[in-house]
Ligand binder design. Structure first.
Ligand code: ZN
Length: 69
């Protein structure tokens, strides 16, 4: 059995293994390898690149909570 590649409908943002989108029947494209893969083997690398584990990064997130003032 050949390995099926994950396909992605850019219109509906839906993943499928078929060649057509289950929602809009449009032709789907191969899921982008780096972005939003459910099997993200490079997640730890991207986290490093974006300094997610850095203290400054988590500080920048907490700013979004201060919407009351
Ligand atoms: Zn679609």
């Amino acid at each position: 059995m050949p390995r099926q590649l994950l396909q992605f409908c850019r219109v509906c943002e839906v993943y499928t293994l078929k060649t057509e989108c289950p929602k809009c029947q449009a032709k789907v494209t191969q899921a982008p390898p780096l972005k939003w893969s459910p099997e993200d083997k490079r997640a730890h690398l991207r986290r490093k690149l974006e300094n997610v584990e850095d203290e400054e990064w988590s500080n920048s997130l907490s700013r979004f909570n201060n919407t009351d003032d």
